[in-house]
Design a protein. Sequence first.
Length: 353
Amino acid sequence: MASPTRHPTPAAPTALDAPTAVPTRHRVAVFVRDGLLPIELGIVHRLFGMARTPAGDPLYEVVTCSHTPGEVRTDADFPIVVEHGPEALATADTVVVPASHAQEQPELDGTLDPRTAEALARIRPGTRIASICTGAFVLAAAGLLDGRRATTHWIAAERFARLFPRVELDADVLYVDEGDILTSAGVASGTDLCLHLVRRDHGTAVANEVARRTVVPPHRDGGQAQFIRRPVPEPQLATTTKARAWALAHLHEPLALRDLAEQESMSVRTFTRRFREETGLSPLQWLNRQRIELARQLLEDTDHSVDQVAEKAGFGTAVSLRQHLQSALGVSPTSYRRTFRTTLDGPTKASTP
């Protein structure tokens, strides 16, 4: 199967369309196999299913498919019944491949089940493909991850790296977004991945509402570290929680590393080490990401000028904001606002599917 590319962004609706325009629902197909973890299937259906327009219209349609319609074993004491076969993959805008805990998984030995290969061959060029947990083994065995960054559950990382040396594995992060191919770590990181996709498609306001309704954290960046047990040389009683809370309340101000360390009464060196242990990021990386997130919310939710957004988010100047947003998201502040203000103002402005 040829490596997929992204769908082109459709033309923006015009004001004449506004009274009757209904957003086209993005079709998500979840491809499940024997040994499925029910929680991973539930995550996809629940989070995409909760994404709505301000008028309450669903933004996604989610279908489940398998090698053949019928009963699919799970890793629990109950099966699920799947109505759709692999033909559903040919109609999908996004395909999600969860993990399987079945013993007979050829991809765990670096090869692809012929039935899975046949199913994946139905996916149209331009379809976005994502995996949860060890579902990444399927994508790697299909050659979809060659030359790309990817992640998987940390327990399986050593095996993955050995089997697929052409993949740039990052075993520490929650998820990796390579545009048309995305991979996530173990189980719960599927929540982070789905919210990230909703945020990417429809903006922060929609993703945050989904998170509120499902009572999960609205945003854990993909670069956040997996919770991997590592030897701890001494009790880690002190944390950087207070400093982070203080920083979030002062993002509009110039913040030095010394200012953050003082909130925890630590030396800069100790604070930096503890901060990275707890977040997987340096303090500067974390600050930039929080400021980008605040800037996104301001661009979506307010009529502030780009200069005002830059000041309130702590970037100081519009030039600095533009550079950081372009680096993080690949768009300018004006383009971002034009795309995502639709989540509040209705479909009279440009939107992505």
